[in-house]
Design a protein around this ligand. Structure first.
Ligand code: AMP
Length: 282
């Protein structure tokens, strides 16, 4: 596996790959890698793409400094993980490489309602930071395929919009949520949970599963109330539990046409750790 810490080195390397006629599959991450990342990397490798992974804990997308400070980092383990998966090249820039003082890399895309609902409402500025770093990474790498997780459903919708705005020839592939056996969605932040807290956090998956099972027979309001009650009874603090169109993230109450399918999306605190998850209902 090749490792680049600077943009010029990586750009030259990718030019050679393209010149050799290979396609580039890109999996951007913030490290502390787990099987959620692993499934995307494996997918890209198995489709025959020259697979590029980036690890960059992007400070501009953290609305909470404590979350940034406590974000798990384990580069030694990540390197081994990537090597074992057959990743071809890792981009590991530092902050100055992505945000040089001499260059303006600020980016603004009008996110519309996407920027102010759900994650946008509870994490002000978060998606501006995501768009800023993703625009930068996409200009640098210009991948043929971009792999991102459905775990971050709203982010996926925003990146689809960004790719369109940039006019690059990149196909976005949304990959299914990977879960622990208990149902808990894998997340780097799970590393901050004790075994006991992880047991509590399974209530998020159970709430989603129950809503899915009863989706055709109960009203959304009843389903939401039951879901919130179930999670809070386990000691979680729920920020939102909503039914949305998976393409637009609009509430399904305000949009009868649901081409993207209906998803339940949820954010809840398990003590000091904020977790998000979602599940397709229909
Ligand atoms: P992160 O390192 O948390 O920024 O995530 C990097 C990418 O991995 C994003 O596209 C996430 O949506 C995706 N991802 C994170 N957790 C999971 C999961 N449990 N299942 C599938 N994809 C995931």
């Amino acid at each position: 596996m090749f490792l680049y810490k600077t943009i010029p080195g990586l750009v030259r390397y990718l030019e050679e790959i393209r010149a050799a006629g290979d396609t580039i599959g890109f999996v951007p991450t913030m490290g502390a890698l787990h099987e959620g990342h692993g499934s995307m990397i494996r997918h890209s490798v198995s489709e025959g793409h020259h697979t590029l992974v980036s690890i960059f804990v992007n400070p501009t997308q953290f609305d909470n400094q404590e979350d940034l400070h406590k974000y798990p980092r384990n580069i030694t383990r990540d390197l081994e993980f990537l090597h074992d998966l057959g990743c071809h090249v890792l981009f590991l820039p530092d902050e100055k490489e992505i945000y040089p003082e001499t260059e303006s890399v600020s980016s603004k895309m009008d996110l519309g309602a996407l920027g102010t609902t759900l994650e946008g409402a509870f994490r002000p500025g978060h998606f501006d930071g995501v768009v800023q770093v993703m625009e930068r990474l996409l200009w640098i790498t210009e991948p043929d395929f971009l792999f991102m997780g459905e775990k971050d459903l709203q982010q996926l919708t925003i990146i689809r919009k960004l790719i369109k705005k940039m006019g690059i020839n990149t196909a976005l592939k949304g990959m299914p949520v990977v879960r622990e056996e208990s149902g808990l969605a894998l997340s780097s932040r799970n590393e901050r949970l004790s075994a006991e807290q992880k047991k509590k956090a399974v209530a998020i998956f159970k709430a989603l599963e129950d809503a899915r099972k009863n989706f055709d027979s109960s009203s959304e309001e009843d389903l939401r109330n039951q879901a919130v009650f179930g999670m809070e009874s386990e000691g979680l603090k729920v920020e939102y539990f909503e039914f949305v169109n998976g393409d637009t993230m609009e509430s399904i109450d305000s949009n009868g046409f649901n081409s993207g399918g209906v998803f339940a999306v949820v954010a809840a605190w398990c003590d000091q750790v904020r977790l998000i998850d979602n599940m397709r209902m229909s």
